[in-house]
Design a protein around this ligand. Sequence first.
Ligand code: XUL
Length: 513
Amino acid sequence: MYLGLDSSTQSLSALVIDPTSGSIIADQSVNFGNDLPEYSSPSGFIPGGRDGEVHANPLMWLDALDLLLGKLAEVTDLSKIEVIAGSGQQHGSVYLGKSFERAVGGLSPSGSLSSQLSGSFSRKTSPIWMDTSTGEECAEIAATMGGNSEVCARSGSVMIERFTGSQIRKFSKADPDAYDATGRIHLVSSFIASVLAGESVPIDFGDGAGMNLLNLMDLKWDGKLLDATAPALSEKLPPAASCLTPVATISSYFSEKYGFSEDCRICPFTGDNPASLVGMGATTPGQVVISLGTSDTFFAAMPDAKTDPEGFGHVFGNPAGGFMSLICFRNGSLAREALRDELGADWSDFDSAALSGTKGSAGNNLTLPFYGAEITPRHDFEKPVSEFSEDPSPGLRIRSLLEGQFLNMRLHSAWMGVETKRILLTGGASKNDGIAQIVADVFQAPVERLEIANSAALGAALIAAAAGGRDLSTLQLIFCKPAAGSRLEPDTSLAGNYSTALDGFQKLLQKSV
Ligand code: XUL
């Protein structure tokens, strides 16, 4: 049996799979807000951060690990777990003092993780991916490197506030003594893996690519980027490695306390997006995952480390080999909800209006679907801009907003140069057939929805099984099945409408930014 863990923003989840029977043996999770109210972090981070700072308490993640494994041990014989792999929310960083290695290697099962490791941090809180406070540091690093295009060519992304490099720089400037006292900097993913291993383990390439520090050509830390970021950084980072190769066995704390076998192996943990790519069964080029959430994300496998010339998209490592893109669109559900409220509509209106009622107008009206600042493209929009060729009924406004969202995605993912053969739609709004049909029509590709809810934890469990010698693509055929009846075919008669609309959308965008 194999265990996948996912440490996300709001919860820590575990999924145990048995590849021989093709079944999920256990599925447990701990919600930081509900299960650990003493950390006063209802959404997984400390509320009220100033000037764009968003931090979380790493002790909360440790308590969650104890709580989760305790729950899991009640329902599963953990001695049967051969390999553990995992994923973490990307970009977040954990700062450990020089005593960490000794403390984590000598944990006693009679105490808790948090009580025994609370003295090991050189920074009490961890900046996470929602932090936007490092604009100044991004500009400084980009200037030292000779510009953002150089940063992008090396690391796969221009300098991004939430990425780890600028966060490390900010800490080194704000508190140089604490920075000097830092012996190890981990990502959320590599921190949890290190605790399980009882020693610092490597950072996975896939997750490491979200730091603005890894050189995508040789998958090693980039000396020039490290120097531009903070002093002596190379001494503080663990090496980078693949999440598919186990690097340690589990520490005696976990075997004695929760019944794991002493031979249970630990893989480097990857990021939640690379793990989701695996869990959605989308690790080969041609498959695209679109996740419709508060923000919408688009991610897809890529054979080469091609970068976005406009600098909006990111390149991470694909756990199955090669690379993946990740593109974030901030006006996702936020925009859909804003229009719904403006029209006094509900989601069923999105379904019927978007489907049958307005199909004759597909691609005829254009809307830039932005109710606020957007990151793809990066611009401070205030409200949507529309060009209607007919009277804009509520149904048409809904269709036009949705078309605008997916035309914007199609336009800003073209740099990957990968033909979209199949779209896997996930996230809250993916259940809506009207929205899903518009995705299929705009991209002219079939849309499928999978049964699984936590694709990152499933992806981690599949990585564990692959690291244990199972074939990843066979595992994906077994575990990543589309839900029955979820497939929608594109209406190919609309191909011309949407390629004309794509040109029109691009022109409208150029006029407006
Ligand atoms: C990706 C990103 C988020 C986090 C949290 O760049 O910031 O998706 O990984 O899920």
